[in-house]
Write a protein that binds this ligand. Structure first.
Ligand code: ZN
Length: 717
């Protein structure tokens, strides 16, 4: 494993006076790759390795005993708790800072003594241009949502002030497990004075200081609004053999990447939040009694067990919360509240109803909701970067100026709410590793959200209030909309890739839509009942246990009774990263397949359908049920005659590809990766002729060159 590592003086964090500039960050990045940089950091004290940067798309199923074994519901706690956090946080809403004191207890589940542990310091992604997060945004041209510019004074960071184990100072070193720039300080290694014995626990006393950024990438402030996420030193996960493909104990810690979300152990959180009087506070978990007032400040005390993160919000502009109670079979009584600013009061009822609807759907189709609270937050004007983010029992919805029913804005708010609540199951309770296997959370959640909307007969509204008044009320089937979002113009990353080895932001985004589309196709092939039973089984078997890609695959194969079909689907779509194209090569191959038809948005959706398993002998589209218009392979003798012509190499994936849109499917006989010029492809698409360079402009039907002719047994991957 090649690691890019850097070190500061043990027990000391570099000052914040001179945040690294882009130029210095680049230079530092280069320096990080030198052997000298590696040599400066002493090895961990126990020799336990970090998970490799590309530890994704797990193929080996986890053992039945993984994560303490399946939860029967008869245990004293919902999860096999590993961590315990007791935190006191004092907010200065004028300076947007937090003084924090944290007592962290961690249990060593392994059979070996542990001397070095790793903490995530996520807020340091926003301390300057030198972080991995900002480097990826700048260097790769990736973007995050609104790409809100960070100006002077907008940066944020977290600083360790003190770390002690049993009263003894603990030295620390910043590390870059994924080989990011040496200026990235989002992961820190603590070298403990005392080893943590196998099965034993240790307690660390940590003082820290947060400077929140101007709201950016799910955390920060705007005016008096504060969304406080990824804000405390958070210990990484020590994975054991038999868990997510690990063969020896390994630390699963990664730098904070642009598109990456999170992964952590289950445990309990006891958090006291100290804010000025007049601020409304919402947070993960249950409020313990009435908030305590003293000296113009108020302390809110929240407790929640069996979760793996804690986030909160504070604003003096929040209107009185909108509240409701959910009661469902198998669930405790759930208190639901929506916090919202006055300018978006009309959003609150939409968010509340969608949350209650989602509670009912997920409880019925996956399993009862196990917590007693749900808090949804509507971000204020100018804080859109805080919207659409999930935390345990707490999430942010979106903010819209208009909420006229039957419009895109209204549907958008409903969908975001359902989606963020749904994360409470896939990210919250199943707790997949979002660093390495984001499709297990984002993709599966997207699929289940759309099934909910589809099941209640709802379609996506794509009109505005003004157009609606004119009588334009266009709607789209939600799974058709997913296909639109899975356009092939994005390079073809495998869905099982980690969250940062991506060809583009759009390619990462297709984790949502392509997963939903692929699973919709699977449902069409195995039937609704088996698909629903498989997801219920997956949830019951793996709740509170961090399942991997292989664990999902095994459940689908077992319950569907069609292991070959499931295996093929996973090889084609989930593990497809094994093709390991470089970005430029993938893009070039992709462009060669963009015909006139799929260059428009609608047809881009049609192109996405080509990611479906090829059903070249089927006469019906598995998705729409409509008739497929297809052309069969040409006679072999014609291929032979053409083989003598010089022609560009076909690339690695010759195949028959169905082009489906509005119920019509053309079987394109052109290999996807043929690297032919786009112009030649345009002349060919959707016609009965396949003109090569010699026939440019000719309308006379001509046979395809041999390299375009698919093998009957070849499938598109
Ligand atoms: Zn999501």
């Amino acid at each position: 494993m090649a690691l890019g590592l850097s070190a500061c003086h043990p027990g000391e964090q570099p000052g914040r006076a001179a945040l690294p500039s882009a130029a210095s960050a680049s230079a530092a990045s280069a320096a990080a790759s030198t052997a000298a940089a590696v040599e400066r950091l002493p090895p961990s004290l126990d020799g336990i390795a970090l998970a490799a940067p590309d530890a994704s798309a797990v193929r080996q199923p986890s053992s039945p005993q993984a994560w303490g074994g399946a939860r029967s519901g008869r245990e004293t706690t919902l999860s096999d708790r590993v961590v315990d956090y007791q935190i006191e946080a004092k907010l200065d809403p004028e300076a947007h800072t937090i003084e924090g004191k944290q007592r962290l207890s961690w249990r060593n589940r392994s059979a070996v003594p542990v001397r070095s542990v790793y903490l995530h310091l996520y807020l340091n992604a926003f301390e300057g241009e030198g972080s991995t997060f900002m480097s990826e945004q700048r260097r790769l041209g990736f973007s995050f949502r609104s790409e809100v510019p960070v100006k002077k004074g907008d940066w944020g960071f977290i600083e360790l002030k003190k770390v002690q184990q049993a009263g003894v100072a603990v030295p620390w070193h910043f590390v870059q497990p994924d080989g990011g720039p040496a200026t990235d300080r989002t992961v820190v290694r603590l070298d403990l004075p005392q080893a943590v014995a196998p099965g034993g626990s240790t307690t660390l006393d940590i003082d820290f200081f947060d400077q929140l950024p101007r709201v950016l990438a799910r955390t920060g402030y705007f005016g008096s609004f504060h969304l406080v996420g990824q804000w405390f030193p958070k210990i990484a996960v020590l994975e054991l053999p038999g868990e997510r493909g690990a063969t020896a104990p390994r630390w699963n810690a990664h730098e904070f990447h642009l598109h990456s979300e999170f992964y952590a152990d289950f445990g309990s959180y006891d958090v006291r939040i100290d804010v000025p009087d007049g601020y409304t506070v919402g947070a993960t978990g249950e409020l313990q009694g009435e908030p305590k007032k003293q000296g113009g400040r108020v302390v809110h005390h929240f407790v929640q067990g069996d979760v793996h993160d804690f986030a909160w919000t504070a604003d003096k502009r929040f209107a009185p919360p909108l509240k409701a109670i959910y009661e469902g079979e198998g669930s405790p009584k759930v208190q639901v509240q929506v916090l919202y600013p006055p300018e978006y009061a009309h959003n609150a009822p939409v968010v509340l109803k969608a949350t209650l609807d989602a509670l009912a759907w997920f409880s019925r189709t996956l399993g009862p909701y196990p917590y007693r609270t749900v808090t949804a937050v509507v971000p204020p004007f100018n804080a859109k970067e805080a919207g659409g983010m999930e935390y345990p029992t707490f999430f942010t919805a979106d903010s819209y100026a208009d909420q006229t029913p039957g419009t895109l804005a209204h549907f958008g708010q409903e969908f975001v709410t359902i989606h963020e609540f749904g994360h409470g199951y896939f990210y919250g309770i199943l707790a997949s590793n979002e660093f390495e296997e984001p499709f297990l959370d984002e993709g599966l959640n997207e699929f289940w959200d759309q099934r909910m909307i589809h099941a209640r007969g709802q379609r996506a509204s794509v009109t505005t209030a003004a157009l609606k008044r004119l009588g334009v009320g266009t709607t789209v089937d939600v799974f058709e909309a997913e296909r639109l979002g899975a356009g092939l113009k994005d390079p073809p990353d495998g869905l099982g890739q980690n969250s940062w080895h991506r060809h583009s932001s759009g390619s990462y985004g297709s984790v949502y839509s392509r997963t939903a589309t692929v699973l919709r196709d699977l449902e069409a092939q195995i039937g609704r009942e088996k698909l629903e039973l498989a997801f219920k089984t997956y949830y019951q078997r793996w709740k509170f246990r961090h399942p991997s890609t292989a664990d999902l695959r095994e459940v689908l194969a077992e319950v569907s009774g069609q292991p070959a079909l499931v295996q093929r689907l996973f090889e084609q779509h989930i593990y497809a990263a094994a093709r390991s194209m470089t970005g430029s090569r993938a893009s070039r191959a992709w462009r060669s397949c963009l015909c006139w038809a799929c260059s428009s948005g609608l047809m881009a959706g049609a192109a996405s359908w080509t990611k479906m398993p090829v059903q070249s002998r089927s006469t019906r589209c598995a998705h729409s049920g409509r008739r497929i218009i297809q052309r069969l392979p040409r006679p072999r003798k014609r291929r032979t005659r053409r083989r003598a012509r010089p022609w560009p190499s076909p690339g690695p994936s010759p195949t028959a590809r169905p082009w489906c849109c509005a119920g019509t499917v053309w079987l394109c006989r052109r290999p996807c990766a043929c690297a032919l010029p786009t112009a030649a492809w345009r002349r060919c698409a959707g016609t009965t002729s396949s003109p090569g360079p010699a026939s440019a402009g000719s309308s006379r039907p001509r046979p395809c060159p041999p390299s375009w002719t698919p093998s009957a047994s070849t499938t598109w991957t």
